[in-house]
Design a protein around this ligand. Structure first.
Ligand code: SAM
Ligand code: DTB
Ligand code: SF4
Length: 340
């Protein structure tokens, strides 16, 4: 399969049918597609840091950082560049290839952006890929980030357009899509996915996947988060999602977006080793690595290293990543040539 044969016209009933498949059939299909496109025993790892924490004006029902929820969170102003570089170097030393910097903003001001650009340049100089998640962007701000050398921008759709109003009221789905199009137009790689376990239905999960997979270019990176329930947030106490539903969603994302990195994201701390192994079998090939996510704990790095050893999975290096992408492109071109 090559870029010309990737589909961008999925219908919701097709995606729902896929999610409804017998579990083994779905996983077999996802794993087969995964093997056509990636080394199945290699996982890319990114590390996170919260560069500005709390006091956010938005009301995202899942988030510890909204000023509108009564969470017990220590707020922090924008971090000095040196602190961020130190954390990035530590993440690199542990094997991380990408450093993702998150800020609790509705959108960055132009002054904020200058500061973040310095962080991007400094982290890039360490030889790491850079990612930031700063909220909504104007087209001009996306241009500036590109000029600073930014590799990825994370901006999640979070859920389906239909369910979105149950989770966030202070900005619209359209706002999210507009920021993503500014990022795409600047040639910055797109990281966009969502959160499961917020009380959405299987059809909502299908609808969110349709939004992502019908973008004119699939996001290069698709984070699938399990809701981390934070006391004081409106979504605290939501009934836990059946783990198999989570794995089904990963598998379906892999089938719909065969060349994207599908990231097993927040929530790993509460997942069993067996569940994580099934997520990798379903086609997840990226994860957040490091003892902290943004404001909550991640799975411990020592546990992750041990799990990778038990499963025979290796950390994907930057060089391997580039080689895999080139090989897939080659394979696709050859397949196209022989078919025409
Ligand atoms: N403020 C920016 C924004 O919302 O775009 C960037 C930071 S925000 C914390 C980044 C993403 O983290 C959210 O879009 C959401 O998908 C994810 N996230 C936040 N809190 C979460 C939680 N409790 N559980 C799972 N995912 C969460
Ligand atoms: C994403 O999809 N998940 C990350 C990252 N992108 C920015 C954030 C997860 C946050 C989990 C809750 C917390 O630690 O505050
Ligand atoms: Fe603010 Fe982002 Fe949290 Fe929403 S998800 S409250 S925008 S930090």
């Amino acid at each position: 399969m090559n870029d010309q044969t990737l589909r961008h016209d999925w219908r919701i009933d097709e995606i729902e049918q896929m999610l409804n498949l017998p579990f083994n059939d779905l996983l077999f299909r996802a794993q087969s597609i995964h093997r056509d496109n990636f080394d199945p025993n290699s996982v890319q790892v990114s590390s996170l840091i919260s560069i500005k924490t709390g006091s956010c004006s938005e009301d995202c029902g899942y988030c510890s950082q909204s000023a509108k929820h009564g969470t017990d969170l220590e707020k922090e102003k924008l971090l000095p560049v040196e602190d961020v570089v130190k954390a990035a170097q530590a993440a690199k030393d542990k094997g991380s290839t990408r450093f993702c910097m998150g800020a609790a903003w509705r959108n960055p001001t132009d002054a904020n952006l200058q500061h973040v650009k310095e962080m991007i340049v400094a982290v890039h100089d360490l030889g790491m890929e850079t990612c930031v998640t700063l909220g909504m962007l104007t087209s001009k701000q996306a241009t500036e980030l590109k000029e600073a050398g930014l590799d990825y921008y994370n901006h999640n759709l979070d859920t389906s357009p239909e369910f979105y109003g149950n989770v966030v009221t202070t900005r619209t789905y359209e706002d999210r899509l507009k920021t993503l199009s500014h990022v795409r137009e600047q040639g910055i790689s797109v990281c966009s996915g969502g959160i499961l376990g917020m009380g959405e239905s299987r059809r909502d999960r299908a609808s969110m996947l349709r939004e992502l997979s019908n973008m004119s270019k699939h996001p290069e990176s698709v984070p699938v988060n399990m809701l981390v329930q934070v006391e004081g947030t409106p979504l605290y106490g939501t009934a836990a999602l059946d783990p198999f539903e989570f794995i089904r969603t990963i598998a379906t994302a892999r089938i719909l977006m065969p060349k994207s990195h599908v990231r097993l994201s927040a929530g790993r701390g509460e997942m069993s080793d067996e569940m994580q192994a099934l997520c990798f079998l379903a086609g997840a090939n990226s994860m957040f690595y490091g003892d902290r996510l943004l404001t909550t704990d991640n799975s411990e790095t020592s546990k992750d290293v041990e799990l990778f050893e038990r499963l025979g999975i290796s950390f994907q290096s930057s060089e391997e990543l580039q080689a895999t992408q080139a090989a897939c492109k080659n394979k696709g071109e050859k397949a196209l040539a022989s078919a025409t």
